[in-house]
Design a protein around this ligand. Sequence first.
Ligand code: HEM
Length: 192
Amino acid sequence: MTSRSTARYTGMAMVLHWAIAILIAINLILVWFADKWPQDWVRPAIDTHKSIGITVLGLAIMRLLWRATHPAPPLPDDYPRWERKAAHAAHIALYVLIFAIPLSGWLHDSAWKDGPTHPMKLFWLAPWPRIPQIAHLPAVPKEHFHDLLFAVHKALAYVLYALFGLHVAAALKHQWIDREPELQRMLPGKHP
Ligand code: HEM
């Protein structure tokens, strides 16, 4: 039987989990309100969105490597089998999304016709490349890819909203209805 007081993620796993969650939330806010910002904020907002997205991609790589070498704490023994399986599947899908969303954004941006005159910089500091196989395509297929990859980027964000809703609902159900110390698994500090 797992001791619940010790069934917690490592500190690094917690840092990566919350950093990715917060950065994704900021990134969504930046694009949701893009048409509400004053006109001269829009370009900096989208540039920040790109930089944050690339940061998420870097953190996602670190997270996957950490996860591969530091197994998750086991779920309490009394969680039904279907719930364990559903949680496992949802977590895999969330991992896929934290890679696929920034990657599709990067691909989409690489196909931007104005890319050559708007070089990308990470947080206005370091130059960041566009994917050459896409950036150097002729104009017509490039425009086609630009639209297609935007549709993919957007669709993946919708999948993220749905899975995120499920993820939070499941965590809160365990926390408040089943009265399990669920959130403590991903929070620092001493817990009973
Ligand atoms: C945390 C990762 C990311 C998330 C959650 C995210 C999510 C989104 C969402 C929801 C939209 C709005 C779609 C719509 O209009 O309905 C969007 C737009 C966009 N994203 Fe991302 N994205 C991420 C990373 C990236 C990256 C890495 C890049 C490029 C390097 C990028 C480039 C763009 C661009 C250019 C747009 C269109 C903005 C506009 O002109 O309105 N995204 N993204």
